[in-house]
Design a protein around this ligand. Structure first.
Ligand code: COA
Length: 467
C-alpha cells in the first residue's frame, strides 16, 4: 500500500516539476491570452476535500485564512472525517487543532507553533519530529501524502507566474506532489523571487482574498537579551554569513551589528532586525560563496515592513528548504555563523530546544541543519544563545535535562554557548571542563548548586569553580 502511494506521489511530483519547467497554459480555468483566471469562493474551493485526505497549509505569515475558515465550516457540518492537516508553524488561529474537531481533523504538524501548543500538549493535536531541511522530503518521497495543498500567492505577472511570497519551505514540495492545489490570490502576498515563482498552470483552483498577511510580534530586547546580543556580536566576524533561528535572541543580536562589515544572510527565516543593516549596507552578501549579493531564506515572518521589503526585491531569494537548510550547502558559505536559541542545556552540553520536560513547546526546526553546516564551514561558528534563567528565576543550565526533555543539539554538535554572562566554546573540551565553562556563564545564584552537582558526577577529580 505504501509502495503504491509512493509511486503515485512520485508521479504527481514529476508531473508538476515538468509543468514548472515548461509552464504550459493547459488549464481550463486560466485564460491564455491575458493570464486571468476563473476564481471561485473559498467554500466552493474546499469542496474537493474528502474524508482521509492529507492537507498542506502554507506556513507562518502566509497561512490561507479564508480556506482554513471554509474547511473548518465543512468540518463543523461533519461533511468529512479523519482529514490530516500538515504545516510548519502558522500564524493566526488554528481551530482545526482543537478538541472541537476531534475525529474530524488530525493535526500532524512539522513544528509546534504557539497557536497549537496547548492542543499538542493536551494530545488533541500532534507533531512529526523532523529536521526542517527534510520537511520537503516527507512529501517528495511519499512518507506523507499530499492530497490538497492550500497556499497563498501574489497576483500573476505578464508571463503567467505567481509567487509564493513568504512561504516556500515545504510548500513548494507540497504543490509539486499534491493531487489538487488551491491558491488564494492575494495582493498582499509579496512578489518574491527564487524558487517562489511558479507558473499558474501548477494551480488547479483559484480563490481571491485580500486579507493582510499575519504580522509577527516581537518585543524590544530586555537587558538580559541585549547582553546576549553583545556577546554574540563579538563572535561574529566581518564577512560572516549568518543564520538566525526563532525566538527573542535574533533581533537582540542583529541590533548589535551596526558596526560590522560585509555580512551575508543564508538562513531559514529573517525578520525586522535585518532591515536597518541592509539600509546601512552592513548586510551586502559580498563575501558569500553561493548566491553572492543575495539574502537567501525559505520563509519570513515580520512586520508589514518586512513584507514590503520582500516585494519585487531581487536582493532576496526565497528558496526551497531542501536548498536553504541542506547542511552541505550551508557549509559552503565561508564564515557561516549560525545563532540559535534553546530551552535548557545540561552540564555535558546537550541542548533541548523543543520541549519543556515531556511537554512539547516547539520543534527541532533548522537548528541542527545550521549548527552542523556552520561547523563544517571554513571559519564558521555555531552558537547556542539563551538567557541563563527563565523569567521565574529557574536556571536554564541544569545538571541533567528535565525528565522527558529531548536533545536537539547533541553534546557532539555543540560549539559556542552564550548567556548574558559571557560566551564559552565547548568544542573539543572534556566533560569536566564543559561543566566548569557552563557554570562560569550560569546565573550567579545557581553556580554553587551546579558546581556541587558536577562534583557529585565526577568525584574528587572535579575542580570546583565556585570555591
Ligand atoms: N524551564 C522552564 N521553563 C522554561 C525554560 C526552562 N528551562 N526555558 C524556557 N522556559 C519558558 C520561558 O519562561 C517561556 O515561558 P512563557 O511562554 O510563559 O513566557 C517559554 O518557556 C519560552 O521560553 P523563551 O526563552 O521565551 O523562548 P523563545 O521565544 O526565546 O524561544 C526556543 C526559544 C528554543 C523555544 C526557540 O528558539 C525555538 O523554538 N527553537 C526551536 C529549535 C530551533 O532553534 N530551530 C531553528 C529555528 S526554526
Amino acid at each position: 500500500m505504501f509502495g503504491v502511494k509512493r509511486i503515485i506521489c512520485s508521479f504527481n511530483c514529476l508531473k508538476r516539476k515538468v509543468l514548472r519547467i515548461f509552464a504550459p497554459r493547459n488549464k481550463k480555468n486560466i485564460n491564455n491570452m491575458n493570464n486571468t483566471y476563473k476564481a471561485v469562493s473559498p467554500q466552493e474551493a474546499v469542496k474537493c476535500i474528502k474524508s482521509g485526505d492529507h492537507i498542506h497549509l502554507s506556513s507562518v505569515a502566509s497561512a490561507p485564512k479564508c480556506l482554513i475558515d471554509a474547511m473548518c465550516e465543512r468540518g463543523r457540518n461533519k461533511e468529512f472525517k479523519n482529514v490530516y492537516i500538515h504545516h510548519l508553524h502558522t500564524e493566526g488561529e488554528a481551530p482545526y487543532a482543537s478538541a472541537e474537531f476531534e475525529g474530524i481533523f488530525q493535526h500532524d504538524a512539522f513544528f509546534v507553533g504557539s497557536n497549537v501548543r496547548k492542543d499538542v500538549q493536551a494530545g488533541y493535536a500532534d507533531y512529526i519530529p523532523i529536521f526542517l531541511s527534510e520537511t520537503q522530503k516527507l512529501y517528495r518521497e511519499g512518507y506523507v501524502p499530499c492530497d490538497v495543498a492550500m497556499v497563498q500567492v501574489c497576483p500573476p505577472d505578464d508571463h503567467g507566474y505567481v509567487s509564493l511570497g513568504t512561504s516556500v519551505d515545504a510548500t513548494l514540495a507540497a504543490i509539486e506532489t499534491a493531487k489538487t492545489v488551491i491558491a488564494v490570490v492575494n495582493p498582499n502576498v509579496p512578489r518574491s523571487f527564487g524558487d517562489a515563482l511558479i507558473p499558474m498552470s501548477m494551480i488547479d483552483i483559484f480563490v481571491e482574498d485580500d486579507t493582510p498577511l499575519m504580522p509577527g510580534h516581537f518585543t524590544e530586547p530586555n537587558e538580559q537579551e541585549i547582553a546576549i546580543g553583545k556577546h554574540c556580536a563579538a563572535l561574529i566576524e566581518d564577512g560572516a554569513c549568518m543564520q538566525m533561528g526563532i525566538g527573542a535572541i535574533p533581533n537582540a543580536v542583529l541590533a548589535q551589528l551596526g558596526g560590522h562589515k560585509d555580512l551575508g544572510i543564508h538562513t531559514e527565516m529573517f525578520a525586522d532586525g535585518v532591515l536597518p543593516l541592509v539600509e546601512k549596507g552592513v548586510i551586502n552578501g559580498r563575501n558569500k560563496a553561493l548566491d553572492r549579493g543575495k539574502m537567501v531564506s525559505t520563509f519570513l515572518m515580520g512586520s508589514q515592513k518586512v513584507y514590503d521589503f520582500l516585494h519585487n526585491n531581487p536582493m532576496v531569494a526565497m528558496m526551497d528548504v531542501a536548498y536553504t537548510n541542506d547542511p552541505f550547502v550551508v557549509a559552503q558559505q565561508p564564515k557561516m555563523t549560525a545563532i540559535n536559541s534553546a530551552l535548557q542545556i545540561d552540564l555535558t552540553g546537550q541542548v533541548c530546544a523543543d520541549s519543556l520536560g515531556t511537554k512539547f513547546f516547539s520543534g527541532v526546526g533548522g537548528q541542527i541543519d545550521f549548527i552542523y553546516g556552520a561547523s563544517r564551514s571554513k571559519g564558521g561558528k555555531s552558537i547556542i544563545a539563551m538567557p541563563s534563567v527563565t523569567k521565574n528565576g529557574i536556571s536554564k543550565i541544569a545538571n541533567t535535562l528535565s525528565l522527558g526533555a529531548g536533545v536537539v543539539t547533541t553534546r557532539n554538535h555543540i560549539h559556542w554557548f552564550v548567556t548574558e554572562y559571557g560566551a564559552v566554546n565547548l568544542y573539543g573540551k572534556s566533560l569536566q571542563e564543559r561543566a566548569r565553562l557552563l557554570i562560569s556563564v550560569a546565573h550567579p545564584d545557581h553556580r554553587e548548586e551546579l558546581d556541587r552537582a558536577a562534583f557529585e558526577r565526577y568525584g574528587s577529580h572535579y575542580r570546583f569553580i565556585t570555591k
